[in-house]
Write a new protein. Structure first.
Length: 411
């Protein structure tokens, strides 16, 4: 046997000498001379050195050093089995140093990752409380991207911080889902409001007078715009339905208008006189029982009566409907202000007192209006409008005086 520094030959076999905790190891058989064989295995040691130097060089030149830890560990686990003769102990010293360096690097990196993730978690918690769902969703997605790009933290902290991040993220998306569910529900409720509106709009078809119909359509359009926003497609669908109802109502009113135009003024006059007779009969009572809205629709539905009778009939109609309307309003006030079980005499006294109060108010408004009329610039075309307004104020006073006279006679 010939002793060598790192290996020897014994009984025709090549041995690598023991080192560290690794025993002597048979690595081959003697095939040529002893010296040639040992030289061969010493040269093979250069391969082992090359592997260690290669990983060392990569660690030194790469920023992501931690990715080479498993390579170093693999070399440490397998290097002692390499069939070569040389300073394996020196290689292990290099590998151990690299292992220590990588452990320290990874530890520092994981602390850095922990700091980054802690900061991201704080940012996420703040963003997750926002109610600006579009902006906050984009920010949460951005934070999630940064989180995924950030490496692992120390094992003892990993579960805690990952669970915290997952919990905040999950709660944010649950809140967002609940919000959009409520939004969807609200949209459905809004759609119901549109459907109810369209059902109500069907009443347009019952209006026979074309002028009144145009006014009511304008009111309905204002109500439509007040309904708010829903999904564009659904909004368009409802709008088309609304336009269909309007078109049908207008077509029907135009047909009625044509029919009305064919009816003689005398027949129309008789119809209006019949309505006035109905109002006169209703007005005989201090508690008139008549539907003024229905009467008004009938009145407007009647065609022209001729210039000779138009003004006279209109004045009678306005006065009678005005008196009946005031009586109905007065009776509403009496119901609210009278004591339970009050006698007819007490009720009549209350009516007189209330009418006097209303009359005083109307007198005051009329006086103020007359005093202010001179201040308006008639050149602006307001004279006709103001004259009508003055006539209305005077009519209100006259109507209440008539009711007061009627009440006094009854008492």
């Amino acid at each position: 046997m010939e002793n060598k520094e790192y290996g020897y030959v014994l009984d025709g076999k090549i041995y690598r000498k023991a080192f560290m905790d690794f025993p002597d190891l048979i690595i081959g058989e003697l095939k040529e001379t002893e010296e040639q064989t040992l030289t061969y295995y010493k040269e093979r040691f250069d391969l082992a050195v090359g592997q260690v130097e290669a990983v060392k060089s990569k660690i030194e030149s790469n920023t992501n050093k931690g990715s080479f830890l498993m390579k170093v560990i693999h070399l440490k686990d397998t290097m002692h089995e390499f069939d070569a003769i040389g300073d394996f102990e020196g290689l292990y010293a290099t590998l151990n140093a690299l292992h220590t360096e990588l452990d320290e690097y990874i530890e520092a990196n994981r602390q850095k990752n922990l700091d980054i993730k802690t900061a991201l978690l704080v940012e996420l918690k703040e963003v997750a409380e926002s109610h600006d769902w579009k902006a906050s969703s984009a920010l949460v997605k951005e934070i999630q991207g940064k989180w995924l790009k950030t490496g692992a933290v120390a094992k003892e902290k990993r579960a805690e911080i990952e669970d915290a991040f997952k919990d905040v993220t999950q709660r944010f998306y649950e809140r967002r889902s609940a919000f959009y569910a409520d939004l969807s529900k609200m949209a459905e409720e809004k759609e119901s409001a549109f459907e109810e509106f369209l059902e109500k709009a069907e009443a347009l078809k019952s209006i026979k007078d074309i002028a009144e119909l145009h006014k009511v359509i304008s009111t309905y359009k204002e109500q439509w715009h007040a309904l708010g926003k829903i999904k564009p497609a659904k909004h368009s669908e409802f709008w088309e339905q609304f336009q269909t109802i309007i078109k049908a109502a207008l077509n029907q009113a135009k047909k009625i208008e044509k029919v009305k135009s064919k009816i003689s003024p005398e027949a129309n006059r008789n119809s209006k006189e019949a309505i006035i007779g109905e109002l006169e009969k209703a007005n005989e009572s201090i508690l008139p029982k008549v539907d003024l809205n229905a009467i008004n629709r009938k009145w407007k539905a009647i065609g022209p009566v001729g210039k000779k009778f138009s003004e006279e009939l209109s004045e009678k109609y306005l006065r009678l409907s005005g008196i009946i309307s005031e009586k109905k309003f007065l009776n509403t006030l009496v119901e609210k202000k009278s004591k339970k079980g009050a006698s007819d005499d007490d009720l009549n006294k209350l009516r007189i007192r209330l009418v006097r109060g209303l009359l005083d108010r109307d007198y005051s408004e009329l006086k103020t209006f007359e005093e202010n009329m001179g201040k308006f610039n008639m050149a602006s075309g307001l004279d006709n409008l103001l004259d009508r307004k003055l006539a209305q104020q005077k009519l209100k006073v006259e109507i209440k005086k008539d009711i007061l006279t009627e009440l006094k006679k009854a008492w």
